[in-house]
Every structure is written in structure tokens, then in C-alpha cells.
Write a new protein. Structure first.
Length: 508
């Protein structure tokens, strides 16, 4: 009898506890009661979970702000914000707004096994970033340029084969093969082999995609992550299994490198040292500052974040160029002129690509139109609370800005749904306007948590796009591609055909 009573009472106690915490969140903070949003978002995270699970929250988020204004409640204690002043407060230099518990879903549940991207400890993150920021800096790009060229050569060969066969292929998938192999070369001095094999080797990309979905969704109910991770990691199809697979892969790469006798390791010139070589040399020089775990987490970060962001950005550039023929023609003219005037090498150098103003505007506009990340960058209001967009948010409230919302702000980017690179060139004559545009431009995040690999991603794009456009014509029959947003807004069916350009360019 007592057991039956307990079985009956336990669910009631659980529900009662949930309702009490819910009422506390909903009604104790008077300053937030009036903030608008979907009805069910006031009471439960389930509304947000379901919308994210649908895979198109970037568009949902834009529509929510059009309907409700600059501040929208999307969960009982989560608020999406679209306000330039608030952007600075939340993400600016010296901010005390820490990453929210949503990021817990992106790391191993063991608190001792932290990682750079989801690290919520501001001090530790800052110290780690300081140690390795030089490896990702603009000045370090010259060290990786040769690795990028090697992968671009193979990509170029694959395009030539598609042109000869006159077949459709998934250009977005091949951009990911390219980006993954570049990261392999830069980090470990060896391609993963995706460009060579032409398919997802050992299910690595699938594992990564499963990891993205798992981490994105479990982060919303982050308290379940420690319980689920252990069980789920035994299943290769699960996101937890994907994380376990990627971790093992990185550990094996590092172990293989370390197992080589030091006399057999060719560190090459400074110009062509791999990321792992630089890390191991730094560890040998100062083992207390750079530990084995630092080497591991940086290698892991490169693999997890290094392919999707670049592949999506490359896809975005090509997608919009193919849908705006005039822009494509203008860019082609700039590339062809650079070649004939002797300002463009073969292969093009990163420095030369930076001297093509229209190409720079095309890249910037494409990443505004379709940023890789499609969810708010969630942060926790620090002690003492904060005034944001005319409302007081108490300590512990979760707030965030979505790049897609900022990039579609019509007051800053008129006709925001139109791909118009000229807007960036025109703004050069109006410094105040350009300043505002740049403040809202956040495809790689903002502030101290800006994507560490941003410059490497830009390097990969800068060297590939001009090279393939000067040699190939691309076409796609699709009016609109399909995408799936699990943190990264990834195209799923970017099919294209390619043929060699019938143009002979000679330097003057």
C-alpha cells in the first residue's frame, strides 16, 4: 500500500515542483511580465525546443521580432533581443555576461573536461585564448596558405572531372569535403581524404552532424545531458556517439604524432608548420602553460568547428552569386581584370584576394545573408541585473542576439533580403553608417567570444572562390535550397553543374 501511495504521490510532487518554479519564473519579476512572445513560451521551454527541432529557427526568430518588437520572450527566462545598444552591453569588451547553460550540451558532462567553445568560465577562457590566439591570427595565415593550396588543387581536379562528365553534384557537400581536408592539413599535416575519396569517410561528417543536433537540442534541457550522454555515446548514430567518435579520432591523431621519434618529425619551415607541430613545440617549451589537454582541446575545436562554418559560408557565396547573375558578372570582371593586369597569381594569394574590393563586399554580403550560426548567442545577465532595450533584466535571466535577426534589420540594412554587395562599398563614403553596419555584422560572433578560427575560414574562402570562378561556369536549377538549422544553418541539397570557361586571359 505504501509503495502504491508513493508511486501515486511522486509524479504529483514532481508536477507541483515544476509548477512552483514555473510560477516563480513567470510572475516574480514584475519588470518582465509585460514582455511579449508566443503564449506557451511564457510557461515552458518546450515551445522553443519544438521550434528549434524543426530546423528553421533562424527564420522563426526574424518573424518573432517583426511581430513583437525588439525584445521577445521565447522561454520562461529566455529573451531574444534586437537592439544595437544592447548588443554592445551583452557582448562588448569587458562584458560580465557569461555563456548560458545551453552551452553545457556542447561539452563532455565531466566538469574537468572543459572545451574552448562551450567554456562558461570567463577567466579560464580568456587565459586559454591568449595562449593560442597567435596561431589563428591574420599574421599566421601565411603559415597555412600552402596547405590550403594543396586542397584547392584537389578540389579543382574534382570540378574538372564533373565538368567532363557533365553531371550534377552536391556542391555544398564538396565544399565541406574541401573545408574538412584543409583543417586536416593545417592541424595534422594530412588531409582527411574526403576530396580524394569523394564520400563521407567512416561516417565522420555524419557523426559531426549528429553531434550538432544532439548538442543544440540537449542544451535547451541541459540538466538532462549528464544522464543521457553516457548511454547515448554507445550508439554511433547519436550525437553523443558522434562526439565520442570525434574525440577518439583527435586523440589517435595526436598519439600517432607523438609516437614518432623526434628525429623523424619534419617540422618544416616556419611557413609550413602544422597547427599540431606548433602546439607540441609550445608544450615542450613550457609544459605548465601548454598541457596535453590544451593540445587536445584545440585539435578537437578545429575539427568540430572548422569545417561546417567554412563550408556553409562557401555555399552561401556561390548560392547567391548563381541567383544574382549581375553580381556574378561584376565579380568576374574584377577577377579577370586582376589577372590581365598581373595582380592575381596562380594560385591566387591571400594578400591578392584582399586587394579585390568587390570580392570582399561579395563575401561580406553573402555571410550577412546567410550566416553559418542560426541561433541566439545566449548569455546570462550578471550580478546586479542589466538595463537592456528599455527593460530591467534581473541577475540570472538569459538573453541573446541572433546574427540572422541583426543582419535582417531593415533600419540598418534596407531591402535586407536582397543580395547587394554594393551596400558595403557605398557605405565606405559614410563612416557613421558603415560603423553601425559593422556593429550589427556578426557571422563569427562578437567580442571576446568571436570565433577563434575566423581568419582561417576567410583564408579558405578567399583563395578558393576567385580560383574556381576564373576557370569554371556553375549553374543550378533550384530556385531555393533547403537548409537545416542545428546551430549551423546547413544547406542540404545545393546541387549544381559545372563546365570549363571558354576564356583565355593573358597578363598585359
Amino acid at each position: 500500500m505504501h509503495l502504491l501511495f508513493f508511486l501515486f504521490l511522486a509524479p504529483l510532487l514532481f508536477i507541483a515542483r515544476y509548477l512552483i518554479s514555473l510560477l516563480s519564473l513567470t510572475y516574480t519579476t514584475r519588470s518582465l511580465r509585460s514582455l511579449p512572445g508566443p503564449f506557451w513560451a511564457r510557461f515552458t521551454r518546450l515551445w522553443y525546443f519544438r521550434r528549434v527541432a524543426n530546423g528553421h529557427f533562424e527564420e522563426d526568430n526574424i518573424q518573432l521580432h517583426k511581430k513583437y518588437g525588439p525584445v521577445v520572450r521565447i522561454a520562461p527566462d529566455h529573451y531574444s533581443i534586437n537592439d544595437r545598444a544592447s548588443l554592445k552591453t551583452i557582448y562588448g569588451t569587458g562584458t560580465k555576461f557569461t555563456k548560458s547553460a545551453w552551452y553545457e550540451g556542447w561539452k563532455h558532462p565531466d566538469p574537468e573536461r572543459w572545451a574552448l567553445f562551450p567554456d562558461r568560465d570567463i577567466k579560464r577562457h580568456g587565459e586559454t585564448r591568449k595562449r593560442f590566439s597567435s596561431l589563428y591570427s591574420m599574421s599566421s595565415l601565411v603559415h597555412y596558405e600552402e596547405f590550403v593550396d594543396q586542397c584547392a588543387d584537389v578540389f579543382f581536379q574534382r570540378l574538372s572531372e564533373f565538368a567532363e562528365r557533365d553531371v550534377k553534384f552536391n556542391l555544398g557537400e564538396w565544399f565541406q569535403f574541401y573545408a574538412f581536408d584543409v583543417i586536416g592539413e593545417i592541424t595534422y599535416g594530412q588531409r582527411f581524404g574526403f576530396l580524394d575519396k569523394g564520400h563521407d569517410i567512416d561516417g565522420t561528417i555524419t557523426a559531426l552532424q549528429n553531434l550538432m543536433a544532439y548538442s543544440t537540442l540537449i542544451g535547451i534541457y541541459h540538466e538532462w545531458h549528464p544522464s543521457l550522454f553516457g548511454t547515448m555515446s554507445h550508439f554511433s548514430w547519436s550525437g553523443a556517439g558522434g562526439r565520442a567518435y570525434i574525440m577518439r579520432y583527435v586523440q589517435e591523431k595526436i598519439a600517432r604524432f607523438k609516437s614518432q621519434p623526434k628525429s623523424d618529425i619534419d617540422h618544416g619551415s616556419l611557413k609550413t608548420q602544422t597547427f599540431l607541430e606548433k602546439m607540441v613545440l609550445a608544450k615542450d617549451k613550457d609544459p605548465e602553460k601548454v598541457t596535453d589537454y590544451h593540445v587536445f582541446i584545440m585539435g578537437l575545436s578545429n575539427v568540430i568547428a572548422g569545417s561546417d562554418t567554412t563550408a556553409i559560408s562557401l555555399s552561401s557565396i556561390m548560392y547567391y552569386l548563381l541567383h544574382y547573375p549581375t553580381v556574378l558578372q561584376n565579380l568576374r570582371e574584377e577577377i579577370d581584370e586582376s589577372i590581365t593586369q598581373g595582380r592575381c597569381s596562380d594560385p591566387i594569394t591571400f594578400k591578392e584576394s584582399q586587394e579585390m574590393p568587390y570580392f570582399q563586399a561579395v563575401m561580406k554580403e553573402a555571410l550577412r545573408m546567410h550566416s553559418a550560426t542560426g541561433l541566439p548567442f545566449w548569455r546570462v545577465v550578471p550580478s546586479g541585473g542589466a538595463e537592456l532595450s528599455g527593460h530591467y533584466f534581473p541577475e540570472g535571466t538569459v538573453v541573446g542576439v541572433n546574427a540572422w535577426v541583426s543582419h535582417n534589420d531593415e533600419t540598418v540594412f534596407p531591402d535586407a533580403k536582397t543580395f547587394r554587395p554594393e551596400r558595403w562599398i557605398e557605405a565606405e563614403t559614410d563612416p557613421a553608417r558603415l560603423k553601425i553596419m559593422n556593429e550589427l555584422y556578426m557571422p563569427f560572433g562578437l567580442g571576446s567570444r568571436t570565433c577563434l578560427g575566423k581568419h582561417i575560414s576567410i583564408l579558405e574562402m578567399s583563395k578558393l572562390i576567385p580560383r574556381i570562378l576564373r576557370e569554371f561556369d556553375f549553374s543550378t536549377g533550384m530556385q531555393k535550397w533547403d537548409t537545416s538549422n542545428y546551430w549551423f544553418v546547413k544547406p542540404t541539397n545545393f546541387e549544381a553543374k559545372v563546365r570549363r570557361r571558354d576564356v583565355k586571359l593573358e597578363k598585359s
